[in-house]
Each structure stands twice: as C-alpha cells, then as structure tokens.
Ligand binder design. Structure first.
Ligand SMILES: [Zn+2]
Length: 293
C-alpha cells in the first residue's frame, strides 16, 4: 500500500485514450527535437517488447473520474495510480516551482495505447513515456511498466512507476523554466546538454519523492503514506534500469557512451538521490563540469 486509502483523487486533468485519431497539427522541427529529448529512454521499445494487447477505443474516455475516486483505488489499479501520482506531483510543484522563481502551470496527462496524435507528431507505445513541450503534456502507455520489469529487469512497484511520471514532470518543469529553450542541441555524448537535461529531470523526480508524503488532496488529506526503504530502493532500481549503459548491454550491444542520451545507471541514480537529499535547487546539472556530471 502506498496511497492513503481515504485520500480523494482528482482525475480532471488526466485523460485516457483521449487524443487518438483527432488529427492534431504536428509541431515543427524544434518541437520534435525537444520531444525526443523528453522521453524516459533513448531507444525505440519495439525492439525490446513485442506489441501486445488490444488497442483501447480512442476518444471515448469519461470513466476515469468514476473509476478513480480514492487512494484505495490508486492502490488497486494502475490507471488510478497515475491519477494519484498526478495529484501528488501537481501539489508538490505548485508550491516548489514558484520558490525556484517561476509561475507554475499544471501539465496535461494522457494514458494512451497503440498509436495516437500529439502536438509533437504521431506517437506510439514503442516510444515509452514522454513529455511533449508544445502540448505541455505527459503521455504514456502503462504497459511500459511491464517492459520495465520484464525486459529491463527492474523490480517495479508503485514508487518505481511514480518515478517514471515524476521524471516526465521534471521535463515539464524544465519547459516552464525555459531550460529547454536554452539547450545546445548540436552535441551528443555523456556530457551533452541532452544528458544534462535528462539527469536534471531525474533530480527533480527525487526532489518530489522526498516531499511526496507532504502532498495533499483538495481537502487537506495526505495523499501518500511514508515510503519504506524498500520502496525507495525500487525507485532507485528503476532509475538504474533506464540508464543508457544498462539498456545498451541488455539489448546485446556494446556500451558506447558517445551514443548516450540520458546518462548511465550510476548517473541516473546519483542525480535522483541528489534531488531526494537536497531538493530542486541542488539540481543544476548544467552548472557542473563534465567530469562531475
Ligand atoms: Zn526524460
């Protein structure tokens, strides 16, 4: 159990299958590049996991708010857990972001499956979870959590799942703060701006995890119970599982840092922990020399 059974969920900004087939205009080249930098992984998942499952019926979701009412629902059901994660992250960043000097805007969140349209172009489950800057929205297929455990070898669990959302929320914070606009997108490799952006998103995820137990529903009821050491370890384990070196070797390839887009397992864990221990103001991955990244 992770969520307080009695907490009330607010599903008003989370949609399920809501953007499919609607023919939204595709963003420009810059939007596409930022989108590629905003994924959880730097790889196409089609090679990691076969496409399975029935595509959800698109554009028909109205049931999420009825299905996901309480923290007990979030403990039972992965879609409701995503709603609960949304509520906790939104509550945390609504307070933390203004302290960093910006004006906070809540992102959108879409639970999708198969193929769908976004402001960053046509998306699919094979892309893994991502944030689309022009939409200010997080997209994911929760089937990714099975890939995380079965293909990438993570132990999984509720906090590992919420780490994934918290990472994408970190990209939203970077979009709001203007960090995404200032990137040097010409370089690649282990000290590139792209890797710095990803490690900062992990650090922001850690900052949320430290403060998650203080987040509340609209009535002031605590959303989450205190995380156990085992749950925290599962989040760190997930951060390691999505490290570039781990993915390269688990796909049977050679570990090649020049192709890294997100950072190694060790880096992703270390920056998550940096945020966890020292908060979002300690997440300046752009200010450290390459050797300390
Ligand atoms: Zn990312």
């Amino acid at each position: 159990m992770t969520f307080n059974d009695d907490a009330r969920l607010d599903a008003s900004r989370v949609r399920r299958g809501g953007r499919g087939g609607t023919g939204i205009a595709v963003g420009g080249g810059a939007a596409l590049v930022l989108f590629l930098l905003s994924q959880l992984l730097g790889v196409d998942l089609t090679g990691l996991a076969p496409t399975t499952g029935e595509p959800v019926e698109q554009g028909t979701d109205t049931s999420l708010a009825e299905e996901c009412r309480t923290g007990a629902d979030a403990n039972e059901n992965v879609d409701c857990r995503m709603v609960g994660a949304y509520n906790s992250l939104d509550d945390y960043w609504a307070t933390a972001f203004p302290r960093l000097g910006g004006q906070y805007v809540s992102p959108g969140m879409y639970l999708e499956s198969g193929q769908w349209q976004t402001g960053c172009g046509t998306a699919s489950s094979a892309m893994g979870p991502f944030y689309c800057p022009p939409d200010q929205s997080i997209y994911l297929d929760t089937a990714f959590f099975d890939v995380l455990t079965s293909q990438l070898g993570a132990e999984g669990g509720p906090l590992a799942e919420m780490y994934v959302i918290a990472h994408e929320w970190g990209h939203h914070v970077q979009n709001l703060s203007g960090t995404m606009d200032r990137l040097d997108r010409s370089e690649t490799g282990p000290t590139s701006d792209g890797v710095r952006l990803e490690l900062q998103a992990d650090c922001f995820a850690g900052a949320w995890a430290q403060n998650a137990q203080g987040t509340e529903d609209a009535a002031g009821v605590t959303l989450l119970e205190e995380f156990t050491q085992a749950q925290l370890a599962s989040a760190m384990d997930a951060a390691a599982a999505v490290g570039d070196d781990h993915i390269q070797s688990s796909q049977g390839g050679r570990v090649n840092p020049e192709q890294w887009t997100h950072g190694s397992s060790e880096q992703r864990q270390r920056w998550f922990w940096q945020g966890y221990t020292d908060g979002p103001s300690a997440c300046d991955t752009f200010g450290v020399p390459g050797g300390d990244l």
